[in-house]
Write a protein that binds this ligand. Sequence first.
Ligand SMILES: [Mg+2]
Length: 258
Amino acid sequence: MTKTTLVAFDLDDTLAPSKSPMDPRMSHLLSELLEVVEVCIISGGQFSQFKMQAIDNLPDPSSSHLERLHLMPTCGTQYYRKDGDLWKQIYAENLTEDEKTRALAAVETRARELGYWESDTWGPILEDRGSQITFSALGQAAPVSAKQAWDPTGEKKNTLREAVQRDLPDLEVRSGGSTSVDITRQGIDKAYGMKKLSELTGIPLDDMLFIGDRLDENGNDYPVKALGVRTHAVADWEETAAYVEKLIPELRGEAAGR
Ligand SMILES: [Mg+2]
């Protein structure tokens, strides 16, 4: 019989609209879920993004259930847990200065060559996230509509990704969100984060369930599926909310039967 003791979520377009705060309906469901199982949020984004989108919108920030919440920014190369009133960074695996310098130079050079270096942006195009360098074609704070219009087929993002990967054979270059390209050490993806989570918590991968909006083969959630973790695909946070609403009583039943 399957047993689920941890439910992991992607953040953008799974728990919340892209780069936006979580809806109160979703935060209440997340709180309720935390009464039943451990919960993890894993994303390519940084901790500040987790805070703005999820943590700051939880209904009761002092709830002891938050001790069961595991935060894995930048695909689990960083790990945060609740410690008293604070969210404490347990570890961060950062790129070296040399890796960062080469990554920033390669992505800017190739983006300019390809004509993808925009002058009108919403915030900086390049971002040093410690363990990850991120290129966001229109800046971090670009509205969803502008991002969708910039590269509707994903062709620009993929062309840039391939060119930068050729320049940085020792690093890994992946397409992130709709207009972003992420550079990390090799082998860093959400599967890496989920394996780390299993080591850190002692919870076997078989007892975990992952929910994400990009479980398709080109998506940034796909590595978790390829790892063999049970997954559930959603199109947006509303679908996640509807699914979690059904999941909570099922998991309560499972827990009662143990
Ligand atoms: Mg997503």
